[in-house]
Design a protein around this ligand. Structure first.
Ligand SMILES: NC(=O)c1ccc[n+]([C@@H]2O[C@H](COP(=O)([O-])OP(=O)(O)OC[C@H]3O[C@@H](n4cnc5c(N)ncnc54)[C@H](OP(=O)(O)O)[C@@H]3O)[C@@H](O)[C@H]2O)c1
Length: 313
């Protein structure tokens, strides 16, 4: 822990605190004629993003695990904004389902201008999926890696397309170890498991950005603020008490997340920017361990092995 703290430069910490205090930038950019694929849109940050993108005229494709919930969300979005929206079902703990969802999107959706990877979880306990993957790493990292990798070829057909990885300041908790991605050798804690997944997401983002250089697709990551959502609600009554009774008052309205995502997805001021980390809409330097490109290169290779995807995107 102290080793990681020593790695931070005071200037970086000041930048992070300054950004957290500075209001996010807003955009009025229209999304008419554009289509956005959004994960995690049945709740919290992803839902807020869906609302903002629909408000500005975007068509939506929502990737969700719960059919009842996503149908309800689509009905509400259509009622409020008159948007065109459809859904695709996939449980991100089952990578086979994520791949099938990608196929369905590629086959059924005319165009993809925007991809927002927001689905995510935080688990205080180590749990494995049926395929033997640590569940936070699987949902937060592997599933969105597959989606990004598989949808990029279709996004390249647009004159300009943007990918936004919903990241977290939680990456600063680290926990990332490229020799133990599946938490078989170390003590797991909720913060370290979450930090590892978000670090992996950032490390792979630099890799994607490099491979996308010279194409029409940009990719960036953003921290969506400390906001009121359902994250962690899977963690039992003690966590729920901490989250709902103690933490809740300190958190902000999730609308800032959706507005920031709309800004990053649509505004001219960020056109062409790629491979960056934003705190809401402000550029920020991530933690040193999330900038370790050598670890990122090994992670990339191992991720391709775990997901069965090819190197080229
Ligand atoms: N809240 C914050 O302050 C905060 C801060 C930093 C970063 N973030 C990031 O923001 C993102 C969204 O989190 P949130 O705070 O909005 O939490 P949330 O309200 O719990 O929303 C999480 C979303 O992910 C979906 N999801 C969870 N497990 C899934 C699975 N196995 N398969 C498919 N979808 C699944 C949920 O679907 P269901 O509705 O079916 O559960 C929901 O739509 C996460 O990546 C999180 O790390 C949040």
């Amino acid at each position: 822990m102290f080793r990681y703290l020593r790695e931070y430069r005071i200037a970086d910490m000041k930048e992070m605190m300054q950004n957290t205090r500075t209001p996010h930038l807003r955009s009025q950019a229209s999304l008419a004629g554009k289509t956005a694929v959004i994960t995690g849109a049945t709740s919290g940050v992803g839902l807020s993003a869906a609302q903002e993108l629909a408000r500005f005229g975007g068509d939506l494709v929502l990737v969700a695990r719960n059919e009842r919930k996503v149908k309800q969300v689509i009905q509400e979005l259509q009622g409020s904004f008159g948007c065109r929206a459809q859904y695709v079902i996939a449980d991100f703990k089952v990578l086979k389902e994520v791949k099938l969802a990608c196929k369905q999107i590629i086959d059924e959706v005319d165009r993809i201008d925007i991809l927002i990877n927001s689905a995510g979880i935080h688990s205080t306990r180590k749990r494995y999926t049926e395929d033997g993957m640590e569940s936070v790493f699987c949902v937060n990292y592997l599933a969105s890696f597959i989606l990004t990798h598989r949808l990029i070829p279709k996004m390249k057909r647009q004159a300009s397309a943007r990918i936004i990885q919903v990241s977290s300041q939680g990456h600063r908790f680290n926990g990332f170890n490229v020799d133990d991605l599946n938490w078989e050798k170390r003590l797991y804690t909720g913060l370290r498991g979450y930090g590892a997944s978000k670090t992996a997401q950032l490390l792979s983002m630099w890799e994607f950005a490099e491979r996308l250089e010279g194409t029409s697709v940009v990719i960036n990551a953003m921290h969506p603020g400390e906001v009121r959502t359902n994250i962690g609600s899977n963690n039992g009554p003690l966590y729920a008490f901490y989250h709902d009774k103690l933490l809740w008052k300190l958190l902000k309205d999730v609308k800032i997340s959706g507005e920031s995502i709309h800004y990053l997805a649509a505004d001219e001021r960020v056109a062409g920017i790629t491979g960056k980390y934003f705190n809401l809409t402000h550029l920020e330097k991530p933690a040193p361990h999330a900038l370790d490109r050598a670890a990122g290169a090994v992670l990339w290779k191992k991720t391709l092995e775990m997901t069965g995807l090819p190197d080229e995107v």
